[in-house]
Design a protein around this ligand. Structure first.
Ligand SMILES: *[C@@H]1O[C@H](CO)[C@@H](O)[C@H](O)[C@H]1NC(C)=O
Ligand SMILES: *[C@@H]1O[C@H](CO)[C@@H](O)[C@H](O)[C@H]1NC(C)=O
Length: 364
């Protein structure tokens, strides 16, 4: 009886540990374009780790998601971006969220010509009915769409076109465009945009009928390519900064406050501990030919979940504390099993040794 109890307790605890160790999933790259529920972008709480300078070094220990890049309008694996997958990393410091996108690609830079340089965008769901397809999916035609008729279909877009941006320098929100109350960026074209569908797309603060006047460009970002060797302060005269056609990796780094002062559904609002929805796009001037707006690669054919984590998991210290927690749990479980068996044994022993002999009632 005692042996049976002990054995079943041990089997039970072994089963629990099996289940726990299988509960963990790493973020893997989905091979196909179909939405893979395990593919997500995770922003852990890692304050003081990165500076937005386009350099990836500080991100080395942050785990990323590797995603295939397929043509957004024709997601055919045969037409994937030829130089490989895009790696997306994210983290937050309690105030701002940070993103790093890195993708292999031969150096292509043509000063002042955005469409002859690579370009990246992040799109976020704002309205609850905003679809990934058709940038929010409002059915209204251009000229007809208004903030009322397309309510619920808002998406927030950050688009960085690097034709006038010096590598390693910060672009995006700046005092001049922010004073005008629009999401533009006259210096580096890192713009803050919202849309209801591809034809109804506006800089934050602008609209089909009126400007809202209080908008801001809340994004900042920088870019770099691994073939650029000069690290301490490039200036415009150094353009094109590297030699066109050189093999290497492009890096795009961004930050945005978790919350903004938007009052018109033009910015996504991030909440720590709550998931958001993101999509990632890349434009590349294949063969030196300029790209057009709709001609881009997408890292998914659906929204990807983006988790703004409330704690840091998966970091070295996180893993250690998780292991010690498991050990403590195992020990207390073992202790409780032992004491449970002991109490049964004592009860059994007491009832046996001090048993009052059975006395049939008819003898009394
Ligand atoms: C989203 O769509 C559902 C179903 O059509 C509707 O009930 C809901 O009001 C919509 N939400 C918004 C914000 O428009
Ligand atoms: C919106 O603001 C821009 C300046 O950024 C101005 O040129 C335009 O006329 C304004 N539109 C409306 C409808 O007020």
């Amino acid at each position: 009886m005692l042996r049976f109890l002990l054995l079943s307790a041990l089997l039970l605890s072994a089963a629990i540990f099996q289940a726990e160790s299988h509960g963990d999933h790493g973020d893997g790259g989905g091979g196909s374009c179909e939405a893979d529920p395990n593919v997500r972008v995770t922003a852990e709480f890692r304050p003081g780790l990165v500076s937005v300078d386009g350099h990836p070094d500080e991100w080395a220990e942050v785990e990323g998601s590797e995603l295939p890049l397929l043509p957004a309008l024709d997601p055919d694996t045969d037409k994937a971006y030829p130089s490989g997958k895009i790696t997306v990393k994210a983290l937050h410091d309690g105030n701002s969220v940070f993103f790093l996108m890195q993708v292999d690609g031969k150096y292509a830079y043509s000063k002042g010509e955005n469409t002859k340089c690579p370009s990246v965008a992040l799109m976020f769901q704002v309205g609850e009915n905003a679809s990934y397809h058709n940038m929010g999916g409002c059915p209204d035609m251009p000229g007809k769409c208004t903030s009322k008729s397309c309510y619920g279909h808002e998406v927030d877009i950050m688009h960085f076109s690097i034709g006038s941006a010096i590598p390693g320098r910060l672009y995006g929100g700046n005092p001049i465009d922010n004073r005008d109350g629009i999401g533009g960026d006259r210096f580096g074209h890192l713009v803050d945009v919202y849309a209801w569908n591809p034809h109804c797309r506006f800089l934050d603060g602008k609209g089909p009928s009126a400007n809202t006047s209080n908008a801001q460009n809340d994004w900042q970002g920088a870019w770099w390519h691994s073939s650029i060797t000069f690290h301490s302060g490039l200036i415009e005269e150094d353009s094109p900064y590297s030699t066109n056609g050189q093999k290497g990796t492009y890096y795009f780094e961004f930050s945005r406050p978790l919350r903004t002062m938007d009052r018109f559904q033009q910015d996504v609002q991030f909440v720590i501990g709550q998931p958001s929805k993101v999509a990632i796009a890349l434009w590349y001037p294949t063969g030196g030919k300029p790209w057009s707006g709709s001609q881009h690669y997408s890292a998914s054919c659906q929204w990807l979940p983006l988790d703004i984590m409330s704690t840091s998991i998966g970091s070295l210290s996180g893993v250690q504390s998780k292991n010690s927690w498991d050990a403590a749990t195992a020990f207390s479980l073992l202790l409780s099993v032992v004491s449970f068996c002991l109490s049964i044994f004592i009860g059994y022993w007491v009832s046996r040794s001090k048993a009052i002999p059975f006395t049939p009632i008819d003898r009394m």
